[in-house]
Design a protein. Structure first.
Length: 556
């Protein structure tokens, strides 16, 4: 423990909160918690820029709960005292879970309700009639409830949190946000949390914060290379499939991984492709019903799946590259134009996937922000992680942009190190790769997409009703089942011995490997097999390899 650090028990927190923190196993506050909690408890407004995964949810949730506990010692009347605005339903659910954990010992005194995720306004009315102390929601949902007179904040609200404020703007919540601010009392304490402090956030700051303290805790928005290792590898379309297949099949990518692709079709294309080799993966995108999405994330966090193939919300928000105006016009025309896509879907931003060892950019993101948010899904809190980006010739310019943003223009040190993988070593796998790619036709992708949506809609209804009563049975439904619209060639499941690169032969047995116990460390294997793997366990991560190499160098 750091002696100079302010600890939770020195912050004047209620014993029940301290007990919950102990149960969570948090030995000390993160940097943002250490700075923000005392200021918030003094009653200050806060504008905090903290990188994703820094513990910012608890940084505002702890003072929220503490203040409610304190004020309940004098005023027992039940009222909505705090409003937490989030850009996505998934984030809403996550915030709610965090608040539940923190209020484990005072759940009677501090009740929280997440109303962001459920479709029917009238069904939520009874929840709001009970006046939960904390309401978590998207701005549009709060506005809808205010309009329906289900929610009244003018007289009771004491605290407002706007989480992922920059995203609220990019999701087009600006109008809802502004109109709901008119329904708040004149005086309240406000916290604005944002990954970036752009002009929109600055403008919002003027609107909601009074003499705020600004916390810019992290120069960089991603952890440094001792915690997060970032790599890129040049490969064109077919090679992307070849590389991901061999990395997964030979166990060179270890631990839970998020694989990002550019659009929903590619989600299914890659899923069906991997299915050919009996590599199960879930698909996560905005077309799936919200309950399924949340369920997939919950199960992933519980360790049910190793791989999620996801699109990020940027591609979904603006799949055609339309201008914001054009999009808004389209939006007004009716949501039908969005082919059922949900604008409050958010995978790469804000969502806390637990223990993600690797983020793989199968398709490179189309903005620096998106890169940061995607890669921020790994190396969270104190964990380490690896990000590996596949770069085709069309993606090089974006890679340069990301590099420049992460390093600043005047340094020659690139943040994304070249992933020195020798493609020629896996050349033998190419015909299998082509074989599998041929089976994944446009028609197969289309069918898979429809099939999964149908399946998930059914799941979703079941989920909604059933899991409300039986939360423990969540694990009953799996989302990584084979979809099978492509022709399955059983022989592709196995890797014959002659295909395994000679240098890996004594080390990798993909079939045996599956039966082995889960190893805790994750990561992506580096470089040519020969150089790095001889005499070493290929299931170890980059860092391990590097350390060993350094040691060796030191000896000679
Ligand atoms: P957040 O940035 O709020 O999404 O949090 C990222 C992750 O850090 C979550 O899984 C939290 O449970 C975890 N976390 C938050 N605060 C702490 C802490 N003080 N010690 C250890 N883990 C924490």
């Amino acid at each position: 423990m750091d002696e100079d650090k302010l600890h939770f028990h020195e912050m004047g927190l209620d014993d029940r909160l301290l007990k919950a923190l102990a149960d969570l196993g948090w030995s000390e506050p993160t940097l943002i918690q250490e700075k923000a909690i005392p200021l918030a408890l003094e009653g200050k407004d806060l504008l905090a820029r903290a990188r994703t995964g820094s513990g910012k949810t608890a940084a505002y949730a702890i003072p929220l709960i503490q203040r409610i506990l304190t004020s309940k010692q004098t005023v027992r009347e039940q009222a909505v005292r705090a409003l937490v605005l989030v850009p996505t339903k998934e984030l809403g659910q996550q915030v709610q879970t965090m608040i539940r954990q923190l209020t484990a010992y005072c759940s009677r005194d501090v009740r929280a309700a997440d109303i962001s995720g459920k479709a029917d306004i009238s069904a939520q009315k009874p929840i709001l009639m009970e006046k939960p102390d904390i309401v978590v929601s998207t701005p549009s949902r709060v506005q809808a409830h205010i309009n329906a007179q289900n929610l009244q904040l003018q007289s009771s609200l004491e605290m407002l949190v706007i989480d992922e404020a920059d995203l609220l703007f990019s999701f087009g919540f600006e109008a809802d946000l502004k109109s709901l601010l008119c329904h708040l009392p004149k005086i309240y304490q406000a916290f604005l949390m944002s990954a970036t402090l752009n002009d929109d956030v600055q403008a919002l700051k003027e609107l909601v914060l009074h003499n705020p303290v600004t916390l810019k805790l992290q120069g960089s928005q991603l952890p440094d290379s001792s915690q997060l290792q970032q790599y890129s590898v040049r490969c064109e379309e077919e090679d992307k499939f070849l590389l991901v297949y061999t990395l997964l099949k030979l166990g060179l990518i270890r631990g839970k991984s998020l694989i990002f692709v550019s659009d929903v079709d590619r989600c299914y294309r890659l899923k069906l492709f991997l299915e050919q080799f009996s590599i199960p993966a879930c698909v996560l995108n905005s077309e799936l019903p919200v309950h399924s999405r949340c369920h997939i994330i919950t199960q992933f966090n519980q360790g049910f799946y190793n791989y999620i193939i996801a699109t990020d919300e940027q591609g979904l928000e603006n799949p055609t590259g339309q201008s914001q105006k054009a999009q808004e016009k389209g939006k007004k025309k009716k949501n039908a134009g969005k082919k059922g896509k949900d604008k409050e879907y958010g995978v790469s931003r804000g969502i806390d996937f637990h223990n993600v060892s690797n983020v793989i950019n199968f398709d490179f993101p189309t903005s620096v922000e998106s890169y940061i948010h995607r890669v921020g899904r790994t190396a969270r809190a104190d964990n380490s992680g690896t990000a590996l980006s596949f770069i085709s010739h069309t993606e090089i310019s974006m890679l340069t942009e990301v590099e420049n943003a992460l390093t600043g223009d005047n340094t020659h040190d690139s943040v994304l190190k070249p992933y020195g993988f020798k493609m020629e070593e896996i050349e033998g796998f190419r015909y299998r790769c082509r074989d599998a790619m041929r089976s994944v036709t446009k028609q197969a992708v289309k069918e898979a997409r429809l099939k999964e949506i149908k399946q998930e809609l059914l799941n979703s209804e079941k989920l909604k009703m059933y899991f409300e009563d039986n939360p423990r049975d969540l694990q009953l439904l799996r989302h990584d089942k084979d979809l099978h619209p492509a022709v399955i060639k059983p022989h592709l499941k196995n890797v014959p011995d002659y295909l395994i690169p000679t240098t890996l032969k004594s080390l990798v047995n993909p079939l045996k490997r599956r039966k082995k116990k889960k190893n805790k460390t994750g990561g992506v294997m580096l470089s040519s097999f020969k150089k790095n793997f001889r005499g070493k366990n290929p299931l170890k991560s980059f860092r391990y390899t590097k350390k060993k190499r350094e040691k060796k160098a030191g000896k000679s």
